[in-house]
Ligand binder design. Structure first.
Ligand code: NOJ
Length: 742
């Protein structure tokens, strides 16, 4: 009995607990036979990944003998080698190695390859899973046509701190929404599955809890309870694993004192053990070697020992494996079974991708050219770009603007920007900036021939100079309507782009004041990679549209919204703080023993005396040109038992004349638990299109499974008791009712 359990355990550890399908058997056989032919050095070579000599996304080490190392079988994968020509050249070198094992080419295809899509946080604001899957699909189609096999995406880190620069890469603060988005993106990247010529291997990153870096400082430590880790930070990773993500990337941070890269609990016990993940884990850039800086490893030798044993299968750029693993195996410190497991996982993906059958499967230059920026891809980009836009304010319904408005002024540092619309984490191609549609171009195409457009920059986004204000004010005065485009620079968010101040930079808010003072109707557009703070604007500008960085079709998408060809439907995937002092602020917090009920109830309460208890804009918030009104919640029963379900329904009426899409959100609160529960948790949402004057019923089915949580033993359970259910247009604006789980 013990022996059977041990074998079963070994099968799981080695990732071989696969189905018994003929295709699967064939791959397993191929992996096993190849492993038998390999020398130890060749195996270690497969666990080694280098950056190419053309571009870098981290600190480079230049050895100068890349080609000979590839030829000797010392490299399993390359990153940042782009295009059919270059990938083919290096693949040809790899095929001169003794066993002719093809290379895997990986790259950060975060929000598009040639056709650029909104930054991931922007896309998350669409809450439209099909659109996100479609965007990832296009990215995969273009990148795979360019010789790339593997994207280091999606980033599925939950982030509650907008100072952290990398919030732009993720799906925001909520584990439920984040999990659905993780799945949609993995499905989009991997398409019909590895083996298809347009499939790109996905990589769920950064495993784990990188988004919880203390103070929002990139690369910082993470200290949290295991319960919090399981409840909030792991669910999107689990969803990505369940969706079949081919790979995971571990992270730079330590978790409760153990660097993620050397963390056996998260990599071996959870990912490869409990979740039965069959893919491989790549380290983050140099993160194995960085365990020395963490003070966890004495030197690279020890770092390699700790990382390999903890379950990091491939070393990205720290050279710790290539330099130390052989000795570690010979000394018995790293078992051959650990090496075989890691290499087996990597080879398996190469087989699944079809690279052994045809190493040049992704090396067709004609296909490459046909895929770049083609019309179909641009249409997908425009579609999700307009769905990502969030209307924050629209006093007196000043938006949408008429296409025959007479004279329209476009003011601000981003009014004519093209390349900026790309946002961080996208590649700059020689001719591509010109393809990016500026706001100016988008508006120009939209308005009638008689409409005159005026332009003034006003200031640069980082300016301290107000010299351009007078011209901006003159231009505003001469116009019937003003579109004012401000924000943070596209390179102010992203990796290593944490900011202590998240106010609109420079003198931009002063420019807004000067323009609003003209009394003209002004719509302020804010481009950013994170939630920003802009209180004066929020309180005084008549209309505010949050546009993130929208990619290639930015100008067209914004014009679609401004002129009413698309009714805005985006909802915030992160809370927007009133000021940095409120951070971290997120909707699904615990109640505490002394909860403040409102802003005048703050004494001896869990609140700041000098700040509102509310964020400026809550999670789930976003307006429409339509006017949605919710009825009270109707419950099908007051109580139910596990195994049964109840239905919570509302009717939503569009009181306006314009049809629009509303994201109806379902939240639940467990009133008493064996551990404290959040005041609200998103448990469902539906997007419904409702015509002007029309009413629709929206209902959600709730089962005991929706009420599960991790208890203090980390068991995922539900408990009988009383619950509140909320349905509404944002996490704050909801109707509520109660039910009991018996
Ligand atoms: C470091 C980043 O943290 C990671 O997200 C990225 O994929 C790698 N560099 C490779 O560029």
């Amino acid at each position: 009995m013990k022996r059977i359990a041990a074998i079963a355990c070994l099968l799981i550890i080695t990732g071989y607990a696969y189905s018994q399908s003929p295709a699967e058997k064939k791959i397993r056989k191929s992996v096993d036979s190849l492993l038998k032919l390999m020398t130890l050095d060749e195996k270690i070579g497969q666990m080694n990944q280098y950056n190419g000599p053309w571009a870098a996304t981290g600190p480079l080490t230049n050895d100068g003998n890349l080609l000979s190392q590839i030829k000797e079988g010392k490299v399993g994968s390359m990153l940042n080698v782009t295009g059919v020509k270059r990938t083919r050249e290096l693949q040809e070198v790899a095929l001169q190695s003794r066993l002719k094992i093809p290379l895997l080419f990986g790259q950060d295809i975060i929000h598009g390859y040639r056709t650029i899509f909104p930054i991931p946080l922007g896309e998350a604001a669409s809450w439209n899973l099909a659109a996100m899957e479609a965007s990832a699909r296009v990215a995969a189609t273009e990148a795979s046509a360019s010789g790339i096999h593997w994207t280091f995406a999606p980033m599925v880190d939950i982030a509650r701190d907008p100072r952290w620069g990398r919030v732009m890469e993720g799906a925001g603060e909520d584990p439920y929404l984040g999990s659905l988005i993780a799945k949609a993106r993995v499905n989009g990247f991997q398409g019909k599955g590895l083996g298809d010529t347009s499939a790109l291997m996905a990589c769920a990153k950064h495993f784990a809890a990188y988004g919880a870096a203390v103070g929002g400082r990139d690369y910082n430590s993470v200290d949290m309870s295991l319960r919090q880790l399981h409840e909030t930070y792991l669910p999107p990773f689990k969803a990505a694993a369940e969706a079949g993500a081919a790979t995971f990337m571990n992270s730079f941070n330590d978790i409760n004192g153990i660097p993620a890269t050397g963390n056996k609990y998260i990599q071996r016990d959870i990912l490869k053990g409990q979740w039965k993940f069959k893919g491989f884990v790549v380290s983050d850039w140099g993160s194995i070697g960085e365990m020395i800086n963490h003070g966890y490893s004495k030197n690279n030798y020890e770092a390699a020992f700790q990382a390999a044993n903890a379950g990091s299968d491939m070393d990205m750029e720290s050279r710790s494996y290539i330099q130390n693993l052989s000795r570690l195996v010979k000394e018995g410190k790293v078992k051959m079974s650990v090496i075989d497991d890691a290499v087996g996982r990597i080879l398996r993906k190469k087989f699944e991708m079809g690279l052994f059958a045809d190493p040049y499967k992704f090396s067709n230059e004609n296909r490459e050219k046909a895929q770049w920026n083609n019309a179909e891809h641009l249409a997908v980009s425009r579609d999700i770009a307009r769905k990502s836009i969030v209307l924050l304010k629209n006093e007196h319904h000043i938006l949408p603007v008429s296409k025959q408005a007479g004279t329209i002024a476009l003011i601000g540092p981003f009014a004519k920007a093209q390349g900026d619309n790309r946002g961080f984490w996208s590649y700059e191609w020689p001719d591509d900036s010109l393809r990016m549609v500026s706001l100016w171009q988008g508006v120009q195409k939209k308005v009638s021939a008689e409409t005159k457009l005026l332009y003034a920059k006003g200031c640069d986004f980082m300016d301290s100079s107000r010299a351009g204000f007078a011209e901006a004010v003159e231009v505003a005065k001469a116009a019937y309507f003003v579109i004012l485009s401000v924000g943070e620079g596209p390179n102010m968010s992203g990796e290593a782009k944490s900011r202590s101040s998240i106010q609109l930079p420079g003198v931009q808010e002063e420019l807004i004041k000067a323009v609003v003072a003209t009394g003209k109707p002004v719509a302020v557009l804010i481009s950013a990679g994170r939630p920003l703070v802009f209180n004066w604007t929020a309180d005084h500008a008549p209309a505010i549209v949050y546009t993130w960085w929208l990619g290639t079709e930015a100008g067209n998408a914004i014009a679609d919204v401004l002129f009413g060809d698309y009714n805005p439907s985006g909802k915030l995937p992160m809370s927007f703080p009133v000021t940095e002092g409120q951070i971290p602020i997120y909707y699904n917090h615990y109640n505490t023993g002394r909860p403040a009920q409102n802003d005048s109830d703050k004494f001896y309460r869990s609140a700041y005396t000098d700040l509102s208890i509310y964020p400026k804009y809550p999670f789930g918030y976003g307006l429409s040109y339509a006017d949605f009104e919710y009825s009270d919640i109707r419950l099908s029963a007051k109580s139910f038992k596990p195994g049964q379900t109840i239905t919570a329904a509302v009717t939503v009426t569009n009181k306006g004349n314009t049809g629009g899409t509303e994201t109806v959100q379902l939240y639940i609160r467990d009133l008493t638990g064996s551990v404290v529960r959040p005041v609200k948790e998103l448990k469902g949402f539906q997007q419904v299109y409702i015509k002007g004057g029309e009413t629709k019923e929206v209902s959600f089915t709730i089962s005991a499974n929706d009420l599960r949580f991790y208890n203090d033993q980390l068991k995922y359970i539900y408990e009988p008791g009383d619950f509140k259910v909320f349905i509404g247009t944002s996490s704050r604006d909801v109707k509520e009712a109660g039910f009991e789980l018996r």
